[in-house]
Ligand binder design. Sequence first.
Ligand code: 5GP
Length: 192
Amino acid sequence: MKLLEDRILQDGTVLPGNVLKVDSFLNHQIDYKLIKALGEEFYNTFKDTGVTKILTVEASGIAIACAAAEHFEVPVVFAKKGHHKNVGNDIFTADVFSFTKGITYTVAVSKKYLNAQDKVLVIDDFLADGQACMGLKSICEQAGAEVVGFGIAIEKGFQNGGKLLRETGIPVQSLAIIASMTDDSICFASND
Ligand code: 5GP
């Protein structure tokens, strides 16, 4: 998606450890006009899959998930990180290794908000090694729900997550795929 690629080139910075910082429009300050366009793009791709819920993980996936939900007219459920007391005891959980923080944390979703009738679109801001998305997929499986797609804003194509997700056979749409990045250049792969 050219709009997103241009914005990454304009405002993204590459941090040590293969981390792309996009704080000015996605991860801290949010450019909602851009985020709305991402949501619309996901809708155009997945509109015929019968989506009943959009599932993401707090915090940065939420804005994109809401922008998509406006079109699908379905609820957004976000997995909470380690807040089990707030979520209650009746929960689905998955352990996720965080690429950026280097720690494993547990994500939880209340059993009230996912069930076996649900068709779920999983949305996240980044795809690196695929741990967050696979954790969300595991939560859907525990609920008996079907994952109908993965919608990713920025995939780092040089990491393993894309392969892992595509091997599941579930459709994956990444709006920008970074083929390589260094301190002074970011190259995109074709995402046709
Ligand atoms: P994965 O679970 O695919 O290894 O990593 C995806 C998660 O880690 C995303 O939810 C995102 O929050 C974070 N993440 C991974 N790589 C990056 C990155 O390069 N930049 C930013 N800002 N977040 C990242």
